[in-house]
Design a protein around this ligand. Structure first.
Ligand code: ADP
Length: 525
């Protein structure tokens, strides 16, 4: 209550002139003066309003002041309202005793001394106002407390809600979620831990978490956990955990520390299958590597064997060829027609075998030889090759066109001579008899390579065979005029590979072929 607000003062007396007199005295206090002409009326007022003080006339007809006072005191709301009894001097003795027994706070005799009455009432008014103030303040304080309390409650409800939601994620997640303390114990684990490792939650929380880690991974895990407690996040870490059945599982996890709470939030996943697959792949890779090494070894041995066989067979073959030719030339008569025919066949087969051995030797040499690579001027190299093939070119009435200023490549001249000798030789060979061979050689520059094209207008190659013709002894055409050993294109491929290059072909049956060899480009001059 602010001090400006007026306090109620109840004046109870059956005589109007007395009331008037009281009003005259108390009017200057500036408070609300309420009159009651009887005890009953006074009680009615007290039911409606609060009063700072009651001035109660003792002797009233009907309900006198004492009865009124005792009724006032019975109501809890008014039991402490100060009452000043007003009585005449005659009744003093009696009245004073009775009045105090009814809880009067003061007593005044008529005629009242105005200043004394005023001063006393003013004290009660002041007291009342102070009390009101205190009550209002405490009401406000209580309201504020209640408000604060309400807000705290709302916060708690929100938190609980969030917690419940989080817990739902926690319990439904298929991944392993956990909260551990900096003390190294799990504080909370979701059900996936139990499903994965087999321990009940209580056991997981009861032992230091390092206990569950495979002994070989403990040092690393301790280090990582230490880092977490110092505030750094674990991006990814893998370790093995023991299961309750004695086996172990690989877990891959990330974790973040919350130093203020002394907690680490862990998100883990069972990666055992992935680890097993990795191990299997590693094992297979290792096996594969081993097999490749073995095969390379075998290949080397075979090539060495091939070389020595080809080499060693040529001697006896030459002597067989020599004697067969001698038979044909010098013993014609003794042999007769049939014998001569047989001897000629030996000579032809011997020649074929000699070519085969020579090709195989070239192939083997290509495999085994140490090659020193250097820039090669293709124009002059190809002139050489064409020169070597001049007899066949003339015989076939072929034209060989070499594009001027071919790009230089990095290579090895004698290997390149083998490569292009075979390609141009094939281009001359694989034409039908009605067509005059036309061969064109050109280059196409790549980023750091050069593609050399050898194009012909020959019989062409069906797409389904284009892949295999570079294999050893692969031959598509074997009719008359297409003699060969099936080694030529194998030499082309092996040669290109030894020079760090590749080979290929584009062709259509009856429309000619375009063979290409891609080689490292020589630095431009
Ligand atoms: P060879 O020439 O001794 O038969 P190659 O290894 O040089 O053996 O060639 C393999 C096969 O590829 C040949 O038998 C032939 O069928 C086919 N071939 C090679 N070059 C050409 C070409 N320019 N046009 C058509 N077919 C070809």
């Amino acid at each position: 209550m602010d001090s400006d607000r007026k306090a109620n003062i109840l004046l109870v007396d059956d005589r109007p002139e007395k009331l008037l007199a009281l009003e005259a005295v108390l009017g200057s206090l500036g408070q609300n003066l309420v009159r009651a002409r009887s005890g009953k009326e006074a009680l009615r007022h007290l039911l409606r309003d609060q009063f700072a003080v009651i001035l109660l006339d003792v002797s009233m007809p009907g309900m006198d002041g004492f009865e009124t006072a005792s009724l006032i005191r019975r109501r809890p709301q008014t039991e402490h309202t100060p009452i000043i009894f007003i009585t005449s001097i005659n009744d003093t003795e009696n009245h004073i005793a009775q009045g105090y027994s009814l809880g009067a706070v003061d007593y005044m005799l008529t005629p009242v001394v105005p200043d004394v009455l005023k001063a006393k009432v003013a004290v009660f008014v002041d007291l009342f106002k102070k009390n009101e103030q205190i009550r209002e303040q405490s009401d406000r304080l209580r309201e504020m407390e209640e408000d604060h309390h309400r807000r705290q409650l709302a916060d708690a409800v929100d938190r609980l809600d969030a917690e419940t939601k989080r817990n739902r994620f926690f319990s439904l997640a298929v991944d392993m979620l956990a909260i551990a303390g900096f003390d190294g114990y799990f504080k909370q684990v979701n059900p996936t831990w139990h499903k994965t490792l087999g321990y009940p939650d209580e056991e997981l929380k009861a032992r230091p978490l390092i206990d569950f880690v495979h002994k070989d991974d403990r040092a690393g895990t301790t280090r990582e956990f230490k880092r977490l407690t110092l505030g750094s996040t674990t991006e990814y870490f893998e370790n093995r955990y023991h299961c309750s059945d004695g086996s172990f599982r690989w877990l891959g996890w990330t974790a973040a520390p919350f130093p203020a709470e002394g907690l680490v939030y862990i998100f883990a996943r069972d990666i055992t299958h992935q680890k097993q697959a990795e191990a299997q792949i590693q094992h297979l890779n290792h096996e594969l590597k081993q097999r490749v090494t073995d095969l390379l070894e075998v290949n080397k041995e075979l090539e060495a064997f091939n070389y020595s066989i080809s080499h060693d067979l040529r001697g006896p073959l030459r002597s067989m060829q020599g004697f067969a030719s001698a038979l044909v030339e010098e013993c014609q008569e003794q042999l007769g027609e049939v014998g001569r025919e047989y001897a000629l066949r030996i000579v032809t087969s011997g020649r074929y075998m000699d070519t085969l051995l020579r090709d195989l030797l070239a192939y083997s040499r290509l495999t085994a030889a140490e090659l020193t690579l250097a820039p090669v001027d293709l124009n002059s190299l190809l002139l050489d090759v064409i020169e070597q093939l001049q007899n066949e070119i003339t015989e076939k009435r072929a034209t060989v066109e070499v594009e001027p200023s071919l790009d230089d490549v990095i290579g090895h001249p004698s290997t390149l001579r083998h490569v292009f000798g075979n390609l141009i030789g094939n281009a001359l060979k694989f034409t039908d008899s009605a067509t005059l061979p036309r061969i064109r050689i050109s280059t196409e520059a790549g980023v750091d390579s050069v593609r050399v094209w050898v194009e012909d207008n020959g019989i062409g190659i069906a797409p389904e065979h284009q892949g295999r013709i570079f294999g050893l002894f692969e031959r598509l055409h074997t009719g008359p005029g297409y003699s060969g050993t099936g080694v030529g294109l194998a030499i082309v491929r092996k040669g290109a590979e030894r020079l760090g290059g590749r080979v290929g072909v584009e062709s259509k049956v009856g429309k000619g072929s375009r063979f290409w060899v891609e080689l490292p480009a020589a630095p431009r001059k």
